[in-house]
Design a protein around this ligand. Structure first.
Ligand code: FES
Length: 152
């Protein structure tokens, strides 16, 4: 049944009229107009839809809004504070780490989550964190360079 679900996104509380089982990704994009998180596979496999839930990376296509409502949610938009990008975003720009850019949201959010949990990750930990984020253009080396710069 439809009803209001309250979620906290990028520091603002929103009440949305959706079925509680609606994937968080749909609510972010369709109801809140936040287009940072992307729809890739819809199956939790590609990482394009990654957001932070309580600071940890989560695949918003696979999290019902009724579950996500229990914690603060951060999208790519929320990483920019007072017009200043997150250092992770700066690192991806400096390394020109994207081609089509579709996977970029997932890459940036995943590296941000890694740094939240581990401020000085090793090379192996960086690779492990990004292991299940897919890039169809094949710019993995540039993405790794950006991740290393952000973590350096
Ligand atoms: Fe969510 Fe691919 S769209 S993991």
């Amino acid at each position: 049944a439809d009803g209001a679900v309250e979620i906290m996104v990028n520091g603002t509380r929103h009440a949305v009229q959706v079925d509680p089982g609606t994937p968080l990704l749909y609510v972010l994009r369709n109801d809140l107009g936040l287009n940072g998180p992307k729809y890739g596979c819809g199956l939790g496999e590609c990482g394009a839809c990654t957001v932070l839930i309580a600071g940890r990376a989560a695949r918003s296509c696979s999290v019902p809004v009724d579950v996500a409502r229990h914690w603060p949610i951060t999208t790519l938009e929320g990483l920019v504070v007072d017009g200043v990008p997150d250092p992770v975003q700066d690192a991806f720009i400096t390394e020109q780490a994207v081609q089509c850019g579709y996977c970029l949201n997932g890459m940036v959010m995943t590296v941000r989550a890694l740094l939240n949990a581990n401020p000085a990750p090793t090379e192996a930990e960086i690779r492990d964190a990004l292991r299940y984020n897919l890039c169809r253009c094949g710019t993995h080396m540039e993405i790794l360079n950006a991740a290393r710069r952000a973590c350096g």
